[in-house]
Ligand binder design. Sequence first.
Ligand SMILES: O=P(O)(O)OC[C@H]1O[C@H](OP(=O)(O)OP(=O)(O)O)[C@H](O)[C@@H]1O
Ligand code: HPA
Ligand SMILES: [Mg+2]
Length: 179
Amino acid sequence: MERKIAKVLITEEQLKKRVAELGEQITNEYFGKDLLTIGIFKGAVPFFADLIRQIRIPLRYDFMAVSSYGSSNRSSGAVRLLKDLETSVEDKHVLIVEDIVDTGLTLKYLKENLLRRQPLSLKIVTLLDKPERRQVDIQPDYNGFVIPNEFAVGYGLDYDEMYRNLTYIGVLKPEVYEK
Ligand SMILES: O=P(O)(O)OC[C@H]1O[C@H](OP(=O)(O)OP(=O)(O)O)[C@H](O)[C@@H]1O
Ligand code: HPA
Ligand SMILES: [Mg+2]
């Protein structure tokens, strides 16, 4: 697997350190509040699992899954809900946990969808932000790393459903896309 990686963008050590920092920041900001963290399948799973254990206050967690209609249609902004919450957001401070904000279409959909349910507050934490690709106006409230306009894999991020289990974030060699 590693021989298909052209370069490492973020090492395992950098990820650990930044996730701990984000956890501490979130701990301080939500102290004494009823927090519901929402992980977004499938990409956010490794980040989500590490982050929640760095948040040192009682919390609840739940998951949502969405899908965009085919890559060619992405710019249409059509996002479909595949799995909804099992928990009510009423009387909760909600924190969406994502792996990456790219075009922003996924988070725009999620934010609008969740705001309609009137949580006490709604914020977004993402591990990666790729601002050069943004198509809609959406900003994460907490961000791990800003990355350049390159396709990232690892630590949850996939190419063709592979590479999610890498312990670091990397970029694939061009030959991988040629097959
Ligand atoms: O800002 P955007 O352009 O919308 O891209 C970001 C989204 O795309 C990826 O998920 P994807 O829909 O590929 O599914 P996955 O999480 O299951 O990999 C990623 O995990 C984000 O959820
Ligand atoms: O850079 C990326 N890598 C993997 N999945 C993604 N989904 C949006 N951007 C990316
Ligand atoms: Mg995703």
